[in-house]
Ligand binder design. Sequence first.
Ligand code: NAD
Ligand code: UDP
Length: 319
Amino acid sequence: MKRVLITGAAGFLGSHLCDRFIKEGFHVIAMDNLITGDLKNIDHLFHLEQFEFYHHDVTKFVHVPGKLDYILHFASPASPIDYLKIPIQTLKVGALGTHNLLGLAKDKGARILIASTSEIYGDPLVHPQTEEYYGNVNTIGPRGVYDEAKRFQESITMAYHRFHGVDTRIVRIFNTYGPRMRLNDGRVIPAFMGQALRGEDLTVFGDGSQTRSFCYVDDEVEGIYRLLMSDYTDPVNIGNPHEITIKDFAEEIIKLTGTDQKVIYKPLPKDDPMQRQPDISKAKEILGWEPKVGRAEGMKKTYDYFKSLSQEELVKTEH
Ligand code: NAD
Ligand code: UDP
């Protein structure tokens, strides 16, 4: 049986990756320190013989007994309010954590896939963003702790690949959504859904003309899986190119949820990217991948998930 280590396994994407690899017949070793994740996301896997969980901070030395075929490094705070609250841990997990996992991959002869992000393009001056674009990041701005950790992560990954011959993959993930996002993580979809369900007005930051392109989690996981199984070692964008302004998106959510609430405007956070859309030509050509789930279908599934949460979870807020 092939063995895969998934870090950040109790988080949103990590937990969906655990499900996928279990389904593919892997032995899954899940690792997380639960700083932004929740064991309830992987509760349903604990009874399986081919699943094990390590409560561990990957910025500390990482040891896993036995052979390892694959490593997926997904541990990292991922929402702006998380990484603004824990900036040093964010830098450390991208830098020290990635270093530890690359060392483990080298030791075990495992292939390693690193979760990078569209944030490495910063507030992009090239649109849509191709993998060739170097980005426009404010190193000393508040978001810099995440963006620069991820940029360092890509650099050290390529160094291990070129210098030590480690078999590496880099996925640049664009805004992904779906069930198991944390309702109070501050990202726009859980924020708007939580507000609609609590009967609060929807808070659009800035004038709402900034854009994002949202990818449903099943599509994202499929792209990541294909990249891992490919022989392509340069970074690949995986995301849904269907772009929308945040203002229009708020209106879409008001329609979907049937709420009577309205949109209110709050100041735009510093360095908030004004536009974002992945160029996925490479993923199409190399992986034969493109997203299949449209926003209407994906948002409906996501809304059903948030609706199923208890009243207690719904009112819990970190703002
Ligand atoms: P998430 O916060 O739901 O999951 C991250 C997980 O990592 C959490 O369970 C957290 O407890 C764990 N973690 C953090 N620091 C750790 C450490 N030092 N040791 C062990 N575990 C630690 O976030 P997510 O949306 O699932 O994101 C997962 C990965 O994908 C991140 O690396 C993120 O940068 C990347 N990513 C996500 C998106 C997205 O839209 N969801 C976009 C771009 C990149
Ligand atoms: N946003 C918003 N209201 C909120 C939360 C977010 O208008 O309550 C905006 C945010 O300013 C950004 C976009 O929605 O322009 C996406 O934010 P998110 O935090 O989800 O992702 P990221 O900025 O990392 O792409």
